[in-house]
Write a protein that binds this ligand. Sequence first.
Ligand code: 6PG
Length: 472
Amino acid sequence: MSKAHFGLVGLGVMGENLVLNAERNGFSSVVFNRTYSKTEAFLKGRGAYKAISGAVDIKDFVNKLERPRRILMMVKAGPATDAVIQQISPFLEEGDLLIDGGNSLFSDTERRVEELESKSFGYIGMGVSGGSKGALEGPSMMPGGTKASYDAIESLLTKMAAQVEDGPCVTYIGPGGSGHFVKTVHNGIEYGLEQILAEGYDLMKRLCGMNCEAIADVFQFWNSSEELSSYLVEITEICLRTKDPEDGSDLVEKIMDKAGQKGTGLWTVVSALQLGASVPTIYASLNARVMSSMKSQREKAESILGSKSFSNSNLGSISDGMAPIMDAVTLSTIASYAQGMEILKLASEEYNYNLHMPSIAQIWKGGCIIRSTLLKRIQDAFKRDSQLPNLLLDPWFANQVTLRLPGLTRVVSIANQAGVPVPCFSSTLDYINSYSSSRLPQNLVQAMRDCFGSHTYERIDKTGAFHTDWIK
Ligand code: 6PG
Protein backbone atom coordinates (compact mmCIF):
# COMPACT_ATOMS: atom_id res chain seq x y z
CA MET A 1 0.00 0.00 0.00
CA SER A 2 1.41 3.41 -0.93
CA LYS A 3 2.22 5.77 1.89
CA ALA A 4 0.10 8.82 2.68
CA HIS A 5 1.21 12.37 1.86
CA PHE A 6 -0.09 13.95 5.03
CA GLY A 7 -0.86 13.02 8.62
CA LEU A 8 -3.26 14.49 11.14
CA VAL A 9 -3.30 14.03 14.90
CA GLY A 10 -6.50 15.08 16.64
CA LEU A 11 -9.94 14.49 15.17
CA GLY A 12 -11.78 17.45 16.66
CA VAL A 13 -14.00 19.35 14.24
CA MET A 14 -11.08 21.55 13.08
CA GLY A 15 -8.83 18.51 12.56
CA GLU A 16 -11.52 16.61 10.66
CA ASN A 17 -12.21 19.53 8.36
CA LEU A 18 -8.55 20.27 7.69
CA VAL A 19 -7.82 16.67 6.73
CA LEU A 20 -10.87 16.61 4.44
CA ASN A 21 -9.58 19.84 2.89
CA ALA A 22 -6.10 18.33 2.35
CA GLU A 23 -7.57 15.18 0.82
CA ARG A 24 -9.85 17.16 -1.48
CA ASN A 25 -6.75 18.96 -2.71
CA GLY A 26 -5.02 15.74 -3.65
CA PHE A 27 -3.08 14.87 -0.49
CA SER A 28 -3.82 11.33 0.66
CA SER A 29 -3.95 11.32 4.43
CA VAL A 30 -3.70 9.22 7.54
CA VAL A 31 -5.37 10.20 10.79
CA PHE A 32 -4.69 9.38 14.41
CA ASN A 33 -6.78 10.18 17.46
CA ARG A 34 -6.18 9.40 21.13
CA THR A 35 -9.31 7.26 21.17
CA TYR A 36 -9.48 4.87 18.22
CA SER A 37 -13.28 4.73 18.32
CA LYS A 38 -13.33 8.33 17.11
CA THR A 39 -11.00 7.45 14.22
CA GLU A 40 -13.27 4.55 13.27
CA ALA A 41 -16.37 6.71 13.41
CA PHE A 42 -14.72 9.35 11.19
CA LEU A 43 -13.56 6.77 8.64
CA LYS A 44 -17.05 5.30 8.45
CA GLY A 45 -18.65 8.72 8.33
CA ARG A 46 -17.25 11.93 6.83
CA GLY A 47 -13.94 10.27 5.94
CA ALA A 48 -15.50 7.35 4.04
CA TYR A 49 -14.69 6.70 0.35
CA LYS A 50 -11.76 9.11 0.48
CA ALA A 51 -7.99 8.73 0.32
CA ILE A 52 -7.90 8.77 4.12
CA SER A 53 -6.83 5.89 6.31
CA GLY A 54 -6.66 5.50 10.07
CA ALA A 55 -3.91 4.44 12.46
CA VAL A 56 -4.39 2.44 15.63
CA ASP A 57 -1.34 3.82 17.41
CA ILE A 58 1.42 6.38 16.89
CA LYS A 59 3.88 3.86 15.46
CA ASP A 60 1.33 2.68 12.91
CA PHE A 61 0.53 6.33 12.12
CA VAL A 62 4.16 7.30 11.49
CA ASN A 63 4.77 4.16 9.41
CA LYS A 64 1.88 4.97 7.11
CA LEU A 65 3.39 8.33 6.08
CA GLU A 66 5.78 9.00 3.21
CA ARG A 67 9.08 10.67 4.08
CA PRO A 68 9.82 13.41 4.95
CA ARG A 69 6.66 13.16 7.05
CA ARG A 70 4.28 16.08 7.29
CA ILE A 71 2.18 15.85 10.42
CA LEU A 72 -0.40 18.38 11.51
CA MET A 73 -1.34 18.41 15.19
CA MET A 74 -4.80 19.76 15.97
CA VAL A 75 -4.92 19.26 19.71
CA LYS A 76 -5.58 21.51 22.69
CA ALA A 77 -2.93 24.18 23.20
CA GLY A 78 -0.62 23.77 26.20
CA PRO A 79 0.33 20.47 27.89
CA ALA A 80 -1.70 18.37 25.42
CA THR A 81 0.47 19.65 22.55
CA ASP A 82 3.67 18.85 24.48
CA ALA A 83 2.30 15.39 25.24
CA VAL A 84 1.68 14.63 21.55
CA ILE A 85 5.16 15.89 20.62
CA GLN A 86 6.69 13.64 23.28
CA GLN A 87 4.67 10.68 22.13
CA ILE A 88 5.49 11.10 18.46
CA SER A 89 9.15 12.26 18.56
CA PRO A 90 10.72 8.83 19.19
CA PHE A 91 9.29 7.60 15.89
CA LEU A 92 10.34 10.57 13.74
CA GLU A 93 13.35 10.60 11.42
CA GLU A 94 15.57 13.38 10.19
CA GLY A 95 13.72 15.96 8.12
CA ASP A 96 10.24 14.98 9.35
CA LEU A 97 8.03 17.93 10.10
CA LEU A 98 5.51 18.62 12.86
CA ILE A 99 2.97 21.40 12.42
CA ASP A 100 1.03 22.76 15.38
CA GLY A 101 -2.24 24.21 14.04
CA GLY A 102 -3.72 25.07 17.45
CA ASN A 103 -3.89 28.43 19.20
CA SER A 104 -0.60 27.96 21.05
CA LEU A 105 1.12 30.58 23.13
CA PHE A 106 3.89 31.93 20.90
CA SER A 107 6.58 31.50 23.55
CA ASP A 108 5.69 27.78 23.80
CA THR A 109 6.15 27.58 20.04
CA GLU A 110 9.56 29.32 20.26
CA ARG A 111 10.67 26.62 22.72
CA ARG A 112 9.28 23.77 20.64
CA VAL A 113 10.87 25.03 17.42
CA GLU A 114 14.25 25.10 19.16
CA GLU A 115 13.84 21.65 20.71
CA LEU A 116 12.63 19.92 17.57
CA GLU A 117 15.05 21.65 15.20
CA SER A 118 17.95 20.64 17.50
CA LYS A 119 16.90 17.03 16.84
CA SER A 120 16.93 17.66 13.06
CA PHE A 121 13.14 17.65 12.80
CA GLY A 122 11.18 20.55 11.39
CA TYR A 123 8.60 22.39 13.45
CA ILE A 124 6.01 24.88 12.28
CA GLY A 125 3.74 26.84 14.63
CA MET A 126 0.78 27.75 12.48
CA GLY A 127 -2.16 29.97 13.28
CA VAL A 128 -5.28 28.74 11.51
CA SER A 129 -8.29 30.98 11.28
CA GLY A 130 -11.76 30.59 9.86
CA GLY A 131 -13.56 28.34 12.27
CA SER A 132 -14.77 24.91 11.22
CA LYS A 133 -16.22 26.07 7.87
CA GLY A 134 -12.98 27.85 7.00
CA ALA A 135 -10.96 24.75 7.89
CA LEU A 136 -12.99 22.73 5.40
CA GLU A 137 -13.41 25.23 2.59
CA GLY A 138 -10.21 27.28 2.92
CA PRO A 139 -8.81 28.93 6.02
CA SER A 140 -6.30 31.71 6.44
CA MET A 141 -3.05 30.21 7.71
CA MET A 142 -0.13 31.84 9.49
CA PRO A 143 2.84 29.45 9.56
CA GLY A 144 6.05 30.34 11.40
CA GLY A 145 9.29 28.42 11.87
CA THR A 146 12.32 27.92 9.67
CA LYS A 147 11.93 28.83 6.01
CA ALA A 148 13.11 25.35 5.01
CA SER A 149 10.28 23.78 7.02
CA TYR A 150 7.78 26.13 5.41
CA ASP A 151 9.08 25.28 1.94
CA ALA A 152 8.39 21.61 2.65
CA ILE A 153 4.68 22.28 3.14
CA GLU A 154 4.12 25.29 0.93
CA SER A 155 2.42 23.35 -1.88
CA LEU A 156 0.05 21.71 0.59
CA LEU A 157 -0.85 24.95 2.38
CA THR A 158 -1.31 27.08 -0.71
CA LYS A 159 -3.83 24.56 -2.05
CA MET A 160 -5.69 24.26 1.26
CA ALA A 161 -5.90 28.00 1.96
CA ALA A 162 -8.68 30.41 1.06
CA GLN A 163 -7.98 32.18 -2.22
CA VAL A 164 -8.41 35.91 -2.80
CA GLU A 165 -7.82 38.00 -5.93
CA ASP A 166 -4.08 38.27 -5.29
CA GLY A 167 -3.34 34.74 -4.19
CA PRO A 168 -3.79 32.19 -1.41
CA CYS A 169 -4.35 33.28 2.19
CA VAL A 170 -1.11 31.80 3.47
CA THR A 171 2.45 33.01 3.48
CA TYR A 172 5.66 32.33 5.35
CA ILE A 173 5.30 34.57 8.40
CA GLY A 174 8.77 34.36 9.91
CA PRO A 175 10.96 32.40 12.33
CA GLY A 176 10.21 30.81 15.72
CA GLY A 177 6.82 31.53 17.21
CA SER A 178 5.97 34.33 14.77
CA GLY A 179 3.08 32.42 13.16
CA HIS A 180 1.35 31.91 16.49
CA PHE A 181 2.16 35.48 17.49
CA VAL A 182 0.45 36.84 14.38
CA LYS A 183 -2.55 34.55 15.02
CA THR A 184 -2.74 35.80 18.61
CA VAL A 185 -2.86 39.40 17.40
CA HIS A 186 -5.45 38.40 14.79
CA ASN A 187 -7.57 37.17 17.69
CA GLY A 188 -6.98 40.37 19.68
CA ILE A 189 -8.36 42.31 16.70
CA GLU A 190 -11.21 39.78 16.53
CA TYR A 191 -12.10 40.51 20.19
CA GLY A 192 -12.13 44.23 19.35
CA LEU A 193 -14.38 43.86 16.31
CA GLU A 194 -16.85 41.63 18.13
CA GLN A 195 -17.20 44.06 21.03
CA ILE A 196 -17.50 47.06 18.67
CA LEU A 197 -20.42 45.43 16.84
CA ALA A 198 -22.01 44.49 20.16
CA GLU A 199 -21.79 48.12 21.29
CA GLY A 200 -23.48 49.29 18.08
CA TYR A 201 -26.28 46.76 18.63
CA ASP A 202 -26.69 47.83 22.26
CA LEU A 203 -27.08 51.50 21.38
CA MET A 204 -29.66 50.75 18.69
CA LYS A 205 -31.56 48.54 21.12
CA ARG A 206 -31.37 50.63 24.28
CA LEU A 207 -31.19 54.19 23.00
CA CYS A 208 -33.13 53.94 19.76
CA GLY A 209 -35.64 51.29 20.82
CA MET A 210 -35.01 49.16 17.73
CA ASN A 211 -35.84 45.45 17.55
CA CYS A 212 -33.48 42.74 16.25
CA GLU A 213 -34.91 42.80 12.72
CA ALA A 214 -34.42 46.56 12.42
CA ILE A 215 -30.90 46.32 13.83
CA ALA A 216 -30.18 43.47 11.40
CA ASP A 217 -31.26 45.78 8.55
CA VAL A 218 -28.59 48.26 9.70
CA PHE A 219 -25.95 45.53 9.77
CA GLN A 220 -27.03 44.58 6.25
CA PHE A 221 -26.54 48.22 5.22
CA TRP A 222 -23.10 48.30 6.86
CA ASN A 223 -22.10 45.09 5.14
CA SER A 224 -22.74 46.71 1.77
CA SER A 225 -20.36 49.60 2.53
CA GLU A 226 -16.66 49.55 1.71
CA GLU A 227 -15.69 50.54 5.26
CA LEU A 228 -17.62 47.82 7.11
CA SER A 229 -18.14 44.97 4.68
CA SER A 230 -16.77 41.98 6.59
CA TYR A 231 -17.40 38.46 7.79
CA LEU A 232 -18.25 39.52 11.34
CA VAL A 233 -20.80 42.13 10.22
CA GLU A 234 -22.30 39.51 7.91
CA ILE A 235 -22.71 36.89 10.65
CA THR A 236 -24.00 39.48 13.13
CA GLU A 237 -26.90 40.16 10.78
CA ILE A 238 -27.55 36.42 10.65
CA CYS A 239 -27.40 36.11 14.46
CA LEU A 240 -29.84 38.99 14.87
CA ARG A 241 -32.36 37.47 12.43
CA THR A 242 -32.24 34.00 13.96
CA LYS A 243 -35.32 32.97 15.96
CA ASP A 244 -35.63 30.65 18.89
CA PRO A 245 -37.28 27.52 17.38
CA GLU A 246 -39.18 27.03 20.64
CA ASP A 247 -41.22 30.22 20.47
CA GLY A 248 -40.11 32.16 17.39
CA SER A 249 -38.68 35.05 19.40
CA ASP A 250 -35.24 36.59 18.78
CA LEU A 251 -32.70 33.98 19.90
CA VAL A 252 -29.99 36.54 20.66
CA GLU A 253 -32.15 38.01 23.42
CA LYS A 254 -32.28 34.65 25.18
CA ILE A 255 -28.48 34.28 25.31
CA MET A 256 -26.77 34.92 28.65
CA ASP A 257 -24.70 38.11 28.47
CA LYS A 258 -21.44 36.49 29.66
CA ALA A 259 -18.64 36.22 27.06
CA GLY A 260 -16.15 33.39 27.31
CA GLN A 261 -12.51 33.54 26.26
CA LYS A 262 -9.75 31.02 25.71
CA GLY A 263 -6.68 33.19 26.18
CA THR A 264 -5.54 34.72 22.92
CA GLY A 265 -7.13 38.13 23.61
CA LEU A 266 -5.40 38.25 26.98
CA TRP A 267 -2.07 37.26 25.41
CA THR A 268 -2.49 40.03 22.83
CA VAL A 269 -2.95 42.66 25.51
CA VAL A 270 -0.13 41.32 27.71
CA SER A 271 2.23 41.24 24.70
CA ALA A 272 1.17 44.75 23.68
CA LEU A 273 1.93 46.13 27.13
CA GLN A 274 5.27 44.32 27.22
CA LEU A 275 6.19 45.72 23.82
CA GLY A 276 5.00 49.24 24.66
CA ALA A 277 2.14 49.27 22.14
CA SER A 278 -0.88 51.41 22.93
CA VAL A 279 -3.96 49.20 22.33
CA PRO A 280 -6.87 50.74 24.27
CA THR A 281 -9.62 49.55 21.91
CA ILE A 282 -8.43 45.94 22.04
CA TYR A 283 -7.89 46.15 25.79
CA ALA A 284 -11.41 47.57 26.26
CA SER A 285 -12.87 44.59 24.41
CA LEU A 286 -11.01 42.17 26.67
CA ASN A 287 -12.10 44.04 29.78
CA ALA A 288 -15.69 44.08 28.51
CA ARG A 289 -15.61 40.27 28.43
CA VAL A 290 -14.22 40.18 31.97
CA MET A 291 -16.92 42.60 33.17
CA SER A 292 -19.61 40.62 31.37
CA SER A 293 -18.60 37.47 33.22
CA MET A 294 -19.39 39.14 36.57
CA LYS A 295 -23.12 38.68 35.96
CA SER A 296 -24.31 38.17 39.53
CA GLN A 297 -22.25 41.11 40.83
CA ARG A 298 -23.61 43.32 38.06
CA GLU A 299 -27.16 42.34 38.96
CA LYS A 300 -26.54 43.32 42.57
CA ALA A 301 -24.75 46.54 41.61
CA GLU A 302 -27.62 47.56 39.34
CA SER A 303 -30.00 47.44 42.29
CA ILE A 304 -27.64 49.63 44.37
CA LEU A 305 -25.99 51.93 41.80
CA GLY A 306 -28.17 51.57 38.72
CA SER A 307 -31.58 52.87 37.75
CA LYS A 308 -30.64 54.57 34.50
CA SER A 309 -33.17 56.26 32.33
CA PHE A 310 -32.76 55.63 28.64
CA SER A 311 -34.08 58.40 26.46
CA ASN A 312 -35.02 57.92 22.84
CA SER A 313 -32.03 59.37 21.04
CA ASN A 314 -31.75 60.45 17.46
CA LEU A 315 -28.83 58.45 16.14
CA GLY A 316 -29.81 58.35 12.49
CA SER A 317 -32.12 56.07 10.55
CA ILE A 318 -31.91 52.64 8.97
CA SER A 319 -31.70 54.24 5.53
CA ASP A 320 -28.48 56.08 6.45
CA GLY A 321 -27.10 53.10 8.40
CA MET A 322 -27.59 54.99 11.72
CA ALA A 323 -24.88 57.34 10.46
CA PRO A 324 -23.25 58.41 13.75
CA ILE A 325 -23.22 54.81 15.04
CA MET A 326 -21.71 53.75 11.74
CA ASP A 327 -19.03 56.42 12.27
CA ALA A 328 -18.30 55.04 15.74
CA VAL A 329 -18.18 51.44 14.51
CA THR A 330 -15.99 52.34 11.53
CA LEU A 331 -13.42 54.34 13.50
CA SER A 332 -13.29 51.76 16.29
CA THR A 333 -12.82 49.01 13.70
CA ILE A 334 -10.00 50.98 12.10
CA ALA A 335 -8.48 51.55 15.56
CA SER A 336 -8.56 47.80 16.31
CA TYR A 337 -6.68 47.01 13.11
CA ALA A 338 -4.29 49.94 13.65
CA GLN A 339 -3.50 48.76 17.18
CA GLY A 340 -3.04 45.16 16.05
CA MET A 341 -0.66 46.23 13.27
CA GLU A 342 1.23 48.35 15.81
CA ILE A 343 1.79 45.29 18.02
CA LEU A 344 3.05 43.36 15.00
CA LYS A 345 5.43 46.14 14.02
CA LEU A 346 6.97 46.31 17.50
CA ALA A 347 7.12 42.52 17.85
CA SER A 348 8.84 42.27 14.49
CA GLU A 349 11.62 44.53 15.76
CA GLU A 350 11.82 43.09 19.29
CA TYR A 351 11.78 39.41 18.31
CA ASN A 352 13.47 39.79 14.90
CA TYR A 353 10.45 38.30 13.17
CA ASN A 354 10.96 40.45 10.09
CA LEU A 355 7.22 40.55 9.48
CA HIS A 356 6.00 41.75 6.12
CA MET A 357 2.93 43.84 6.93
CA PRO A 358 1.33 43.94 3.45
CA SER A 359 1.51 40.13 3.25
CA ILE A 360 -0.12 39.74 6.65
CA ALA A 361 -2.96 42.04 5.55
CA GLN A 362 -3.18 40.03 2.31
CA ILE A 363 -3.60 36.64 4.03
CA TRP A 364 -6.26 38.09 6.35
CA LYS A 365 -8.38 39.22 3.38
CA GLY A 366 -9.94 35.76 3.01
CA GLY A 367 -10.73 32.71 5.10
CA CYS A 368 -10.24 34.22 8.54
CA ILE A 369 -12.64 35.64 11.11
CA ILE A 370 -11.43 39.26 10.71
CA ARG A 371 -11.62 39.28 6.90
CA SER A 372 -13.01 42.53 5.56
CA THR A 373 -12.75 44.86 2.61
CA LEU A 374 -10.82 47.26 4.86
CA LEU A 375 -7.87 44.85 4.75
CA LYS A 376 -7.31 45.78 1.11
CA ARG A 377 -6.86 49.40 2.26
CA ILE A 378 -4.54 48.20 5.04
CA GLN A 379 -2.51 46.14 2.58
CA ASP A 380 -2.23 49.15 0.25
CA ALA A 381 -1.25 51.49 3.10
CA PHE A 382 1.67 49.27 4.13
CA LYS A 383 2.61 48.66 0.50
CA ARG A 384 2.85 52.42 0.00
CA ASP A 385 4.90 52.86 3.17
CA SER A 386 6.34 49.77 4.83
CA GLN A 387 7.54 51.97 7.72
CA LEU A 388 4.12 53.57 8.31
CA PRO A 389 4.17 54.41 12.06
CA ASN A 390 0.40 54.05 12.45
CA LEU A 391 -2.40 53.15 10.06
CA LEU A 392 -4.23 56.35 11.04
CA LEU A 393 -1.50 58.35 9.30
CA ASP A 394 -2.15 56.82 5.90
CA PRO A 395 -4.11 59.37 3.83
CA TRP A 396 -7.18 57.18 3.28
CA PHE A 397 -7.47 56.33 6.98
CA ALA A 398 -6.68 59.90 8.06
CA ASN A 399 -9.57 61.03 5.88
CA GLN A 400 -11.87 58.53 7.60
CA VAL A 401 -10.87 60.05 10.95
CA THR A 402 -11.66 63.56 9.68
CA LEU A 403 -15.03 62.48 8.30
CA ARG A 404 -16.16 60.31 11.17
CA LEU A 405 -14.71 61.79 14.36
CA PRO A 406 -17.69 64.13 14.94
CA GLY A 407 -20.07 61.13 14.73
CA LEU A 408 -17.97 59.04 17.12
CA THR A 409 -17.73 61.96 19.56
CA ARG A 410 -21.48 62.46 19.49
CA VAL A 411 -22.22 58.78 20.01
CA VAL A 412 -19.86 58.52 22.99
CA SER A 413 -21.33 61.64 24.53
CA ILE A 414 -24.95 60.48 24.09
CA ALA A 415 -24.08 57.00 25.42
CA ASN A 416 -22.31 58.50 28.43
CA GLN A 417 -25.23 60.75 29.25
CA ALA A 418 -27.63 57.84 29.02
CA GLY A 419 -25.39 55.58 31.09
CA VAL A 420 -24.92 52.98 28.35
CA PRO A 421 -21.38 51.56 28.43
CA VAL A 422 -19.46 51.82 25.15
CA PRO A 423 -15.94 50.80 26.21
CA CYS A 424 -14.52 50.32 22.72
CA PHE A 425 -16.08 53.49 21.32
CA SER A 426 -14.87 55.56 24.30
CA SER A 427 -11.39 54.05 24.19
CA THR A 428 -11.16 54.70 20.47
CA LEU A 429 -12.16 58.32 20.94
CA ASP A 430 -9.50 58.78 23.63
CA TYR A 431 -6.99 56.91 21.49
CA ILE A 432 -7.53 59.20 18.51
CA ASN A 433 -7.66 62.34 20.64
CA SER A 434 -4.46 61.36 22.47
CA TYR A 435 -2.60 60.25 19.38
CA SER A 436 -3.45 63.46 17.60
CA SER A 437 -2.40 65.73 20.51
CA SER A 438 1.12 67.04 20.25
CA ARG A 439 0.92 68.13 23.90
CA LEU A 440 -0.38 65.77 26.60
CA PRO A 441 -0.47 66.38 30.37
CA GLN A 442 2.38 63.98 31.10
CA ASN A 443 4.60 66.99 31.83
CA LEU A 444 2.75 67.13 35.14
CA VAL A 445 3.18 63.39 35.69
CA GLN A 446 6.90 63.86 35.14
CA ALA A 447 6.93 66.72 37.65
CA MET A 448 5.25 64.55 40.29
CA ARG A 449 7.66 61.67 39.64
CA ASP A 450 10.60 63.98 40.03
CA CYS A 451 9.07 65.64 43.09
CA PHE A 452 8.63 62.50 45.14
CA GLY A 453 11.24 60.24 43.62
CA SER A 454 13.90 62.37 41.90
CA HIS A 455 13.19 60.48 38.68
CA THR A 456 14.34 63.53 36.64
CA TYR A 457 12.58 65.00 33.61
CA GLU A 458 13.40 66.31 30.15
CA ARG A 459 12.63 69.90 29.16
CA ILE A 460 11.16 71.22 25.93
CA ASP A 461 13.60 74.15 25.80
CA LYS A 462 16.92 72.46 26.73
CA THR A 463 18.44 69.00 26.31
CA GLY A 464 19.49 66.74 29.17
CA ALA A 465 17.97 65.26 32.34
CA PHE A 466 16.81 67.72 34.99
CA HIS A 467 15.92 67.52 38.65
CA THR A 468 14.27 70.15 40.78
CA ASP A 469 14.23 70.38 44.54
CA TRP A 470 10.43 70.78 44.53
CA ILE A 471 9.75 70.68 48.28
CA LYS A 472 12.09 73.19 49.81
C1 6PG B 1 -10.35 31.85 14.39
C2 6PG B 1 -10.70 32.08 15.83
C3 6PG B 1 -10.49 30.90 16.69
C4 6PG B 1 -10.67 31.24 18.17
C5 6PG B 1 -12.07 31.44 18.56
C6 6PG B 1 -12.30 31.49 20.06
O1 6PG B 1 -9.56 32.64 13.92
O2 6PG B 1 -10.86 30.92 13.76
O3 6PG B 1 -9.89 33.12 16.31
O4 6PG B 1 -9.20 30.44 16.50
O5 6PG B 1 -10.17 30.18 18.90
O6 6PG B 1 -12.61 32.55 17.95
O7 6PG B 1 -11.68 32.51 20.72
P1 6PG B 1 -12.25 32.96 22.14
O8 6PG B 1 -12.93 31.77 22.74
O9 6PG B 1 -11.07 33.37 22.96
O10 6PG B 1 -13.21 34.05 21.87
